[in-house]
Design a binder for this molecule. Structure first.
Ligand code: BF8
Length: 628
């Protein structure tokens, strides 16, 4: 279907998006949907994972039809070609989360070593708790000594020196034994990624299944390593999230204020921008420029980070990032890395908007580069805000259109906050699961993809699940969809089944709990481990599932694979590029179930997906001796 046939209104389910798509047309601005339309005749080889450009004997395409050649120049068949491509795809995702985790670790280490005054340890109690959880002396020790020891331990997790990652101590024994038997216990975070690059070089690992098993190990190094370190250290540095109120959609932009959008993933830059935006001299400069203040709003995962911890409003998710600039109301977009469309620089240039990059590893031609380090962050944040204030004086009011009213949301459901709300123990949640008022828990995570109507699958899947008394936890870009649909407030429980609604009412919580950004999927892993340990079962025995209904990214593939590898049935709205291999596809959809206790399901229709997930939860409940 062409974009014209589809109609602008069918690209997204939201009015704020539709208004900005119409404005894009009027302003002559190209968006992601235009470019998708231009790319529509996609290569069938690439779509199935059957093309290879990893060496210069090729590039090769493995033709699966008729009696044509079935091998690449090196002799690789379809299974090997797909497995190599998929292995690198997962490694890139794991590397992205984990390198983000390393940046948080570098900042934490700089604080521990007294090299910066721009960051502090805000949650000392969590630092002490995690240090002692991981076997480090914490009682009576000075805080900086504990922090240095913890930083050393985590740096070791990135290396090749340990036999397994520190946080595997959280994993139920049965699951660890299964991983050990399969040879997929993650050792060092960097090690597994490097080994995947090595294995998939021509002439190394030529066994498709063996490569897939290493993809499992690489993904686990992300979930229990890089992502978990990113989450826990971000909490220690910036505060562990607690339930708090905020708002979502493009209506969070303000006509009377200097609007600054923080976009990317790491909280290090965005937290410093927030801190500097409270400096009195900066606020005085904004007032002098005629603004009534500085309004910071978030996009994508950086947005989730500052929403969870500081209640900063969320302007939009992945497919809203371009549309946010098209409002003509944004003075400055400041980015770190990941999921930042290169097109944003061109769109910013169509308005008065400044585009600022901050990381030497993520430069954007046409952007103003302001390199942030742990040592200079506060000064650089002030510099960036001054650019925004200057841009405000150049805003063209006739080009400004801020659509809609923001929607109320509730955020901040870290595991600490959830357990605290339950009285310090998971038992009330377990009891609710046992009696069936909460039949199960599903994590809806991940991105938007312009191939699917924006946020249609997210919202409908969540509504179908809560109707069936299944509690939903949400992270990443899916969060914005849930918020806009009114599911992130206690009033959202009116759309839930009777059992879940009664639990939400008793606790004053929404039926969909916001637990963070994409690296914060590590919180979900940890919660599953807590529940499994409390019940004395494996994680694969729990009535839980995961779903990435509108995913696009390598990172989402790594998340999906670590979820399945933990025994969590995982639904995807679109398949990865693996369908050219029967071996790899069968492994993903069926074979993994036997070896690891869960598998993937692919279903673009959210209503059918809800059926599949519901059936899975019923099966798991029955196996535990509970009503389905
Ligand atoms: O890590 S959900 S589009 S922003 S990849 Fe990207 Fe996907 Fe959004 Fe966050 Ni996650």
């Amino acid at each position: 279907m062409t974009k014209e046939q589809q109609g602008l209104e069918n690209l997204s389910i939201w009015n704020d998006a539709a208004s900005m798509l119409a404005k894009a047309k009027k302003d002559g601005v190209e968006t992601v949907w235009d470019r998708l339309h231009e790319q529509r005749n996609e290569c069938a080889f690439c779509a199935q994972g059957l093309s290879c450009s990893k060496c210069v004997m090729g590039p090769c395409r493995i033709n699966m039809k008729g009696d044509k050649r079935q091998h690449g120049v090196c002799g690789a068949d379809a299974d090997l070609t797909v497995a190599r491509n998929f292995g690198r795809f997962v490694a890139a995702g794991a590397a992205s989360h984990s390198d983000h985790g390393r940046d948080v670790l570098d900042t934490f280490a700089a604080v521990a070593e007294g090299k910066t005054k721009d960051f502090q340890i805000r949650d000392e109690a969590k630092l002490r708790r995690i240090a002692s959880e991981l076997g480090l002396a914490s009682d009576g020790q000075p805080i900086d000594a504990i922090a240095r020891a913890l930083a050393d331990k985590f740096y070791q997790d990135y290396s090749s020196r340990s036999e397994e990652l520190s946080f595997l101590s959280r994993v139920p024994e049965k699951r660890r034994t299964r991983w050990a038997e399969l040879g997929v216990t993650p050792r060092g975070i960097d090690r597994e990624v490097v080994e995947m690059m090595h294995r998939t070089h021509m002439g190394v690992d030529c066994d498709a299944t063996n490569i897939c098993l290493h993809a499992v190990r690489t993904a686990l190094a992300d979930g229990w390593g890089g992502s978990m370190i990113a989450t826990e250290l971000s909490d220690i540095l910036f505060g562990t999230p607690r339930p708090t109120a905020s708002k979502v959609n493009l209506g969070v932009l303000r006509k009377d204020m200097v609007n600054v959008l923080v976009h990317g993933h790491s909280p290090v830059v965005s937290e410093t921008i927030l801190a500097a935006a409270k400096d009195q001299d900066i606020l005085a400069e904004a007032a002098k420029a005629g603004a009534s203040g500085i309004n910071i709003a978030g996009l994508c995962c950086t947005g989730n980070e500052v929403l969870m911890r500081q209640g900063i409003p969320l302007a939009g998710n992945h497919l809203m990032t371009e549309l946010a600039l098209i409002t003509g109301a944004v003075e400055l977009m400041v980015v770190d890395y990941q999921c930042i469309m290169p097109s944003l620089v061109r769109i910013a240039a169509c308005y008065h908007t400044r585009f600022v990059s901050t990381q030497d590893k993520a430069k954007f031609p046409g952007a103003t580069h302001v390199p942030f380090t742990p040592e200079n962050a506060r000064d650089k944040a002030r510099e960036v805000l001054r650019m925004a204030i200057e841009a405000y004086t150049k805003r063209k009011p006739e080009r400004v259109e801020i659509p809609g009213q923001p929607v109320d949301i509730m955020t901040g459901f870290s595991n600490e906050a959830v357990l605290e709300a339950l009285g310090g123990t998971p038992q009330p949640l377990i009891d609710a699961i046992k009696v069936g008022s909460v039949r199960g828990v599903v994590g809806i995570v991940g991105c938007n993809n312009p191939k699917l109507t924006h946020d249609y699958c997210h919202t409908n899947l969540a509504k179908e699940l809560i109707k069936r008394d299944i509690l939903v936890v949400v992270t990443g870009c899916a969060t914005v969809a849930m918020g806009k649909a009114g599911l992130l407030t206690p009033a959202g429980a009116e759309q839930a089944g009777q059992g879940l609604a009664s639990v939400c009412k008793a606790l004053g919580i929404p039926p969909v709990l916001h637990v963070g950004s994409c690296v914060d999927n590590a919180r979900i892993l940890h919660l599953c481990a807590i529940l499994a340990n409390a019940l004395g079962v494996d994680m694969s025995d729990l009535p839980v599932a995961a779903s990435a209904p509108e995913w696009y990214s390598e990172k989402a593939a790594a998340i999906g694979l670590y979820a399945v590898s933990c025994g969590i049935y995982t639904h995807l709205g679109l398949p990865p590029h693996i369908t050219g291999s029967k071996t790899v596809t069968n492994l993903a959809l069926n074979g993994l179930e036997d070896v690891i206790g869960a598998s993937f399901a692919v279903e673009p229709d959210p209503f059918k997906a809800a059926e599949l997930i519901d059936k899975r939860i019923s099966t798991k409940r029955t196996a535990l001796g509970l009503t389905p």
